[in-house]
Design a protein around this ligand. Structure first.
Ligand code: GLP
Length: 262
């Protein structure tokens, strides 16, 4: 894994956004795996601005999101489909038929089969991940099998609590979700994980410095051939960067890049 440590969040997002623009320009048919939550919002804002300046064209881009709450449809302002429409899709020239999220309503078995087929027929070129404070990625909660494909999850209490800040009250947070599995995530050709808030400090240290284990779903990434983790210098304060796990590859005014050993 590579680790990028940015001095501040603005430069982190500007850098990540510039990488996206370069990759989309190089491969207009790129298949992007996308995430929801607070973490990707500044990136989506920068990508929308770049589109407005005509620096990037999304007309042929395909997107496949990680997850959706069970029981919420696109008209519900707390659904992830609504989030993606509002925060990105409506602001760029992507074709609605090229954007996919798991469906959290209707026949769930059919929706799961649909998503598994979608993932079998499309390989994700670059998958964006946020991180739950308990180490979840997508909605793959601790102890999910590393071999999992799309499935329904019962959300942990900690996740319901974390995500309740976006709901009017905690009782309105769905107890279940549908998510692509850890095997699907691992199959992405390249993965970017962004973790830049204080509540991710402890789990980032466990991922980078601890063992690969199902208790920490994101630790599956330790064996992935092309994963980059983006953090800021506040989170980095907790890491043992002078230890043998980390080897410095590059540093400049904005960031340091480390190779992280398994
Ligand atoms: C939710 C999503 C995850 C996301 C996580 C972190 O649980 N299912 O995909 O990574 O929240 O959210 P935030 O970025 O708001 O911290």
């Amino acid at each position: 894994m590579k680790l990028f440590i940015f001095k501040n969040n603005d430069t982190l997002y500007e850098y990540v956004s510039s990488v996206y623009i370069k990759k989309i320009n190089e491969n207009p048919n790129i298949c992007l795996g996308l995430a929801t939550g607070s973490t990707p919002i500044p990136l989506y804002n920068l990508l929308s601005k770049s589109y407005q300046k005509r620096l990037v064209d999304f007309s042929k881009v395909k997107t496949i999101n990680l997850d959706e709450y069970l029981g919420l449809d696109e008209n519900n302002s707390e659904s992830y489909r609504y989030f993606m429409n509002e925060n990105l899709f409506k602001k760029i020239n992507i074709s609605g038929s090229n954007t996919y999220l798991p469906l959290g309503t209707g026949n769930i078995d059919t929706n799961i089969s649909f998503y598994n087929n979608l993932l079998a027929n499309n390989s994700i070129d670059l998958l964006l991940l946020g991180l739950g404070s308990n180490g979840h990625i997508g909605f793959n909660e601790p102890n999910t099998s590393f071999n999992s494909t799309t499935h329904v999850v019962k959300l942990k209490k900690s996740t319901i609590k974390d995500n309740s800040r976006l709901f009017e009250n905690i009782k309105l947070v769905p107890k279940k979700a549908i998510t692509m599995g850890l095997k699907d995530i691992f199959n992405a050709k390249e993965i970017f994980l962004i973790a830049n808030t204080k509540n991710k400090e402890k789990v980032i240290k466990k991922i980078l410095e601890g063992k690969r284990r199902q208790k920490i779903p994101a630790s599956i990434l330790k064996n992935h051939p092309n994963t980059t983790i983006f953090i800021n210098s506040n989170i980095a304060l907790k890491l043992n960067l002078t230890g043998s796990k980390y080897s410095l590859i590059e540093e400049n005014d904005s960031y340091e890049i480390f190779d992280v050993l398994k």
